[in-house]
Design a protein around this ligand. Structure first.
Ligand SMILES: [Zn+2]
Length: 145
């Protein structure tokens, strides 16, 4: 297959795929495959790559959420009060199910990140970053001010 950017050829690469995400930070999809142009480095994800990325993203999100204190979370009944809808509506809500509010299964029930619910209530998108900004960037910002 020929590259869309240049006349290079795509090669199948096997290895650890490094990704950056504004919600999940830097992470690695271990032991996967993708197509990469041998000339310009343009990357194409195959369906196998996509599934591996989705799985790693969902595991990483869960891991990051479970690191936070349980006091940061509220149950669906509290979410329903904030969003002024029924508890059932929270469970069926398409945008919430798609991850617009961060939630995690904890001791058999869904727990919603309160900060994320409040952000969602204000803006319609509660996907706040789950990693702290890179300390090196932070030092740069401090040096500039
Ligand atoms: Zn190329």
């Amino acid at each position: 297959m020929q590259c869309v950017n240049c006349s290079g050829q795509f090669l199948t690469i096997k290895g650890n795929l490094k990704l950056k995400d504004k919600i999940l930070g830097d992470f690695v999809v271990p032991d996967t495959t993708w197509e990469q142009c041998d000339t310009c480095g343009h990357i194409l994800y195959t369906p196998i790559t996509m599934r591996a990325i989705e799985k790693t993203e969902s595991d990483r999100k869960k891991q990051l959420l479970l690191k936070r204190p349980i006091g940061d979370f509220i149950p669906a009944t509290e979410v329903a009060k904030i969003l002024r809808c029924s508890r059932q509506a929270i469970h069926k809500h398409k945008r919430i199910r798609r991850g617009f509010i961060h939630f995690v299964m904890h001791n058999g029930s869904y727990q919603y990140l309160k900060e994320s619910v409040e952000l969602y209530n204000k803006t319609g998108d509660g996907r706040l970053p789950l990693v702290k900004p890179n300390p090196q960037n932070f030092i740069k910002i401090l040096a500039q001010s």
